[in-house]
Write a protein that binds this ligand. Structure first.
Ligand code: GLV
Ligand code: MN
Ligand code: MN
Length: 427
């Protein structure tokens, strides 16, 4: 049950304000959608669009009196002060970057819902004992700079903050240079220590997100209390061949990097077979050099995204990848680098119960479910009690401009978040 001796912040959540902000934000980096009146978003991490989006958010936050700060990974924080500012804050948020062909909700919903929840709480006249901090994590998607979740990995101490310095985007820009430029452009914002590495652990972390899958919609359920996140491993593969003349070089003499890449991916598909259809295996990115019709390819780069909820499968098949590639190549050499290795994460039982209690108190149907997508939340699990709130999205479609969540569902998620934040921040 909600805290009955305090005003109810959920009642002050405004569906129209939340929706209008989501749509205003989605104009930054807008790309065409499939349906009339709908559109998607391309907002790469640390791009001018990302900065514009952050400024819009900062404007909204400052207008209601939240204190803004950033850390050295560019993670952006908006703080609602508690009556005891010395206490560890309750942290809530998500990310603002998108996939190259992304939707209007993935990530940004959790940030704007957090702002709505905190604004509602303030408008309800509720003063919380603990501070509440809204966070927009840097580079969750990993679409421009792989891997994703750099901001939260550095914040939680999962990886040193300089781990990704030499990672380059497709234009050859180094992560460290893009980040330095970004921090220079945000030099007017107060700096804060980097997470648990340089500061203190939060009291708890809550992230609201669209489900990105079909379960809630199919079952007609309004709120998902997320139980955990499956494990993910990302690899970057280079197949190294030799460029030759397409008209003159006999097939028997070639070191054709594209043909060997096809052999490697075919062999990986066999390795990743799963009759239960639980395993996820994706080669979503490929670059071919010199990429000319009449030259044999001398270099192919491709990505591997492999996920499984069972850590034993994640380890066994993930560790087999290199041998399978090696055995499949006919004439080329290879380089393999593991870019990301997140083991399956289990969310805190107390946070799950808080989310369920808030949903019940608000008269919203709810169910428990795991997350197939990764989220910054999984890197918070080792440092504080963590959980996630899912809302339904149309057809379960995500990482696609057709991604859509109903305004009423968006507001329900913000109400549950407001209620749960108020409860946690009162402890
Ligand atoms: C997050 O965007 C993921 O790929 O799961
Ligand atoms: Mn996301
Ligand atoms: Mn995503």
């Amino acid at each position: 049950m909600p805290d009955t001796h305090a005003p109810h912040p959920a009642a002050a959540v405004s569906e129209s304000r939340l929706w209008d902000r989501l749509m205003e934000m989605a104009r930054i980096g807008a790309i065409p959608g499939a349906r009339e009146g709908e559109w998607g978003v391309n907002r790469p991490c640390l791009s001018p669009e990302d900065r514009q989006a952050r400024r819009l958010l900062i404007g909204w936050a400052e207008a209601i009196g939240l204190a803004v700060s950033i850390d050295r990974l560019g993670n952006l924080f908006l703080r609602h002060e508690g009556s005891d500012p010395t206490l560890a804050p309750v942290l809530t948020g998500s990310h603002m970057d998108s996939q190259p062909k992304g939707g209007r909700f993935d990530g940004i919903y959790g940030v704007i819902a957090a702002l709505e929840a905190v604004q509602a709480l303030r408008e309800a006249g509720l003063s919380t004992r603990r501070p509440i901090e809204i966070v927009a994590w840097t580079n969750e998607e990993g679409g421009r700079f792989a891997p994703g979740c750099m901001g939260s990995m550095a914040y939680s101490g999962f990886a040193p903050p300089d781990t990704w310095d030499d990672i380059r985007d497709s234009a050859g820009i180094r992560w460290a240079d893009a980040l330095a430029q970004h921090l220079a452009e945000e030099a007017d914002l107060p700096r804060r220590p980097l997470g648990v590495v340089e500061g203190v652990a939060p009291f708890a972390y809550l992230e609201a997100h669209i489900e990105q899958g079909p379960v809630l919609e199919r079952q007609g359920i309004e709120i998902g209390a997320v139980t955990g996140i499956q494990g993910s491993r990302w690899f970057s593969v280079e197949i190294l061949g030799r460029s030759d003349h397409a008209g003159t070089c006999p097939l028997s003499l070639r070191q054709d990097a594209l043909q060997d890449a096809i052999r490697a991916i075919t062999a990986l598909n066999a390795l990743m077979q799963d009759p239960t259809d639980v395993l996820r295996f994706t080669v979503g990115r490929m670059e071919v050099f010199p990429n000319a019709s009449n030259s044999v390819a001398d270099l192919v780069r491709f990505s591997i995204d492999f996920r499984h909820p069972d850590d034993r499968v994640l380890q066994a098949r993930g560790n087999a990848i290199e041998g399978v590639i090696q055995a499949a190549l006919k004439s080329c050499d290879y380089r393999l680098e593991e870019r990301f290795h997140a083991r399956p994460a289990t969310f805190d039982a107390g946070i799950i119960a808080t989310i369920e209690g808030a949903a019940t108190a608000l008269g919203l149907s709810h169910m428990r479910l795991p997350s197939g997508a990764f989220h910054d939340a999984q890197f918070l699990v080792p440092i504080c009690p963590t959980g996630m709130i899912f809302i339904p999205c149309r057809g379960g479609i995500s990482h696609n401009p057709a991604e859509y969540a109903e305004p009423a569902h968006c507001a329900n998620g913000a109400r549950v978040l407001a209620q749960a934040l108020a409860e946690l921040a009162a402890r």
